[in-house]
Design a protein around this ligand. Structure first.
Ligand code: VGL
Ligand code: ZN
Length: 217
């Protein structure tokens, strides 16, 4: 149940660069903000991630002469989709969106900080080995269930949800509190299917609200 101490809300990458006007804008990305603000108070714990890249990051097309955004390269044996420069440490684009209420965020975890290694997931970087520490934090607090929301459904939300399942958490995706890039086309749908297959439950934010009412009744 949503209000239990063993469950937490994990907000992925609600940053200016992923919202309209940003350098890697997700269509209607900012529509998730009022939804997330509304459900945050229901949760005993709220955590958030922040994509936080150095200026010459491996995921930027500009770091690979002759390449353009959405090209795929292999670096150090890892397939890397190339993106426009985004979420550069210390820039306005990297800040959490100003309308996102941050008062109840207990942990803000930055990821993607290594110049040559990207990190979509909040748990492991894209080598699937380098640990961000998030699982130890959650384990230490006896969190067993995660409700996940944010940007982008087909990249960082997907990777975080799949890793959380692999690590044994119960995982629920709050669908109307997520938006995706959908590049290449169809990738949101594919991401939803992959998450479902791994055992991620799909709900809407109104379901969270009614669960909380039930649990307090
Ligand atoms: C993301 C692409 C590149 C995301 C981050 O937050 O989903 N996508 N960096
Ligand atoms: Zn990134």
């Amino acid at each position: 149940m949503a209000a239990r101490r063993e469950s937490a809300l994990l907000i992925i990458d609600v940053q200016n660069d992923f919202c309209p006007g940003g350098s890697l804008a997700v269509e209607s990305g900012d529509d998730v903000i009022p939804v997330i603000n509304r459900i945050m108070p229901i949760f005993f714990r709220v955590l958030a991630t922040q994509d936080w890249h150095p200026p010459d990051h491996v995921s930027f097309a500009t770091s690979h002469p002759g390449r353009k955004p959405l090209d795929v390269v292999t670096t150090d044996g890892i397939e890397q989709v190339l993106w426009p420069d985004h979420c550069i440490q210390g820039t306005r684009g990297a800040e959490l969106h100003p309308r996102l209420e941050t008062g109840r965020i207990g942990l803000l975890l930055r990821k993607g900080m290594r110049p040559r290694l990207d990190s979509y997931s909040g748990f492991f970087e894209n080598d699937h080995r380098t640990d961000t520490g998030l699982r130890h934090y959650l384990k230490g607090l006896k969190v067993r269930e995660l409700f996940i929301c944010g940007l982008a459904t087909d990249y960082c939300v997907r990777a975080s949800a799949l890793d959380a399942r692999r690590l044994g958490f119960r995982v629920t995706l709050i669908r109307d509190a997520c938006r995706g890039v959908d590049l290449p086309r169809g990738s949101i749908e594919k991401a939803i299917a992959a998450m479902r297959k791994s055992g991620v439950r799909m709900i809407e934010s109104t379901d969270v609200e009614s669960m909380a009412v039930e649990s307090m009744a």
